[in-house]
Design a protein around this ligand. Structure first.
Ligand SMILES: *[C@@H]1O[C@H](CO)[C@@H](O)[C@H](O)[C@H]1NC(C)=O
Ligand SMILES: *[C@@H]1O[C@H](CO)[C@@H](O)[C@H](O)[C@H]1NC(C)=O
Length: 492
């Protein structure tokens, strides 16, 4: 030991004599190392934390995510600003919560200033000088106009030859309601990850896995709906779910929800806090202010922006702005909507019960409704927003006149072209469209894209991305190359 010390001293003095600069560099590196260690230690969750929050989050996020949250190396894996912004919180104490808060605040500011800088340079989507975003993660929340958004993403992807992260075998859901795993994606390989442009099929969000299949620069967004209407819609559409199958009405369910709702049943999420569930959290988690804050911060840290389906047109203007797309890319006709025969206004007492029963969803919705409008005001302003919404509606009306027979959507029996007939599910009648006859070819294609239901569109794109192998030595050239995929319920 003494020998070593003497050796070190002579070595150091030698270094000092010859290259004093080097010593300083070593010294600075040592200090840096110590600081880093300190920081990493601070971030390390306490081993024996007994707080509710910790357990809640563990429950909430499933094993994979919680272990990911608890290994700090994951936090530092991607050191790009993008990657850092998407850090998942590792909450253990109120102190951590406030630190988490500071983090997300800091990252938000970074994001805002980037946007503002763009505006200052005049590179908004209006000026067409920004670069359209092509790497996208869309969390397709159930029953929230997400099929319409998916149509927009399908069209954009098709026109720009982008690749989609399809479920294995060309299914329609990424093993929902299981938490998302990268291996669910057709063609994913751990050896060459991050190769898909768009991830938009139904999934239960799990960020560390999602990050494996899309480039780190991907834009993350989703769309929310008022949980009162969402649950009413879910009740009609998933009437067969175990929580709903024994009741005649939503009222009956809400009068004694715990009699019908079993938190252990595999399809319970359709009956409570469906958005919370789709974002990856526990729909039966407690509603303490700390936990709610944490959940909101976690969503904010993962998603660049959230849209609101009650303000669909405003949402499309925001989408166009955030993705730097043009107007035609975000024009759409409502898809997968049901006819009004199964809709009726809800009495106030029911509304209050629905809010209370879906309290976590309510917290998510009201929070992001607020930030939605704040973002619109900050990035676009009410004046331009009004103009852009008007332009969007005009374009939609124009396309409807050019493409559609009659005045709009029709019931499933009245849709003549079966490839345009949407899947029917539950007690709802899902509407679709008839195209005008004899349209010019190019227009016909544009129109057809706008009204193709999601299952059919998904299958078409899947076949484009993974062409079936040509039949070897087929005696009859007309032999069909692959059996058509049997549509499974989208459970949208
Ligand atoms: C997409 O691919 C097709 C066929 O390979 C090609 O003709 C077309 O120009 C491509 N479009 C874009 C936007 O790259
Ligand atoms: C959503 O935000 C709008 C605009 O601020 C507001 O008028 C509306 O009441 C909000 N909705 C809910 C459910 O909070």
């Amino acid at each position: 030991m003494l020998k070593f010390k003497r050796y070190l001293i002579t070595k150091l003095s030698a270094i000092y004599r010859c290259q004093p600069g080097r010593l300083w560099i070593s010294f600075s590196l040592l200090v840096l190392l110590l600081v880093t260690l300190q920081v990493v230690e601070k971030l390390q969750p306490l081993g024996s934390c007994q707080c509710e929050l910790e357990r809640g989050l563990q429950q909430t996020t499933g094993h994979e995510l919680s272990s990911a949250l608890h290994s700090p190396h994951l936090l530092w894996e991607d050191d790009s600003p993008q990657g850092q912004r998407k850090i998942e919180p590792a909450p253990t104490s109120t102190e951590d919560v406030s630190r988490m808060h500071l983090w997300t605040e800091a990252f938000k500011i970074q994001e805002v200033t980037a946007g503002e800088a763009q505006q200052a340079r005049g590179v908004t989507s209006q000026g067409k000088t920004c670069k359209p975003k092509t790497d996208i993660v869309f969390l397709k929340v159930h029953k929230s106009a997400s099929s319409t958004v998916m149509n927009i993403l399908f069209r954009f992807g098709e026109m720009h030859n982008l690749t989609f992260a399809f479920p294995q075998g060309g299914g329609f859901q990424l093993y929902y309601p299981h938490h998302f795993l990268a291996k669910f994606v057709q063609g994913f390989s751990p050896l060459s990850p991050r190769q898909f442009n768009i991830l938009c099929h139904h999934m239960r969000f799990l960020q560390p896995e999602v990050q494996k299949v899309v480039p780190s620069s991907a834009v993350y967004f989703s769309i929310l709906r008022n949980p009162v209407q969402l649950m009413e819609s879910s009740f009609v559409y998933y009437k067969g779910a175990s929580a709903f199958s024994r009741v005649r009405s939503l009222q009956e369910f809400l009068s004694q929800p715990w009699r019908y709702y079993d938190p252990a049943s595999g399809d319970r999420h359709y009956a409570r806090n469906l958005m919370t569930f789709d974002f990856g959290f526990n729909p039966d988690g407690d509603v303490s202010p700390e936990r709610v804050q944490l959940m909101l911060k976690a969503i904010e840290a993962s998603f660049d922006f959230l849209l609101i389906s009650e303000y669909f047109d405003e949402s499309m203007v925001l989408l166009k702005e955030m993705l730097c797309w043009d107007l035609d890319s975000v024009v759409s006709f409502p898809l997968n909507s049901r006819d009004s025969s199964t809709k009726s206004p809800l009495p106030d007492s029911i509304v209050e019960k629905l809010k209370a029963w879906n309290r976590l969803d309510w917290e998510i919705y009201t929070h992001f409704n607020r930030t939605f409008w704040e973002r619109l005001d900050r990035l676009i302003g009410r004046e331009r927003l009004r103009r852009e919404v008007r332009a969007l509606r005009q374009r939609r009306a124009e396309l409807a006149r050019a493409c559609l027979q009659g005045t709009g959507s029709v019931g499933p029996k009245d849709i003549k072209d079966s490839s345009l007939r949407p899947l029917q599910h539950g007690g709802a009648r899902i509407l679709g469209y008839n195209l005008k006859q004899g349209l010019p070819r190019e227009l016909e294609r544009t129109c057809r894209r706008l009204v193709t239901p999601e299952l059919q569109y998904s299958s078409l794109l899947y076949k484009k991305q993974f062409p079936p192998p040509p039949p070897r030595e087929s005696p009859r050239p007309a032999a069909s190359p692959a059996p058509p995929h049997r549509p499974e319920p989208t459970r949208n």
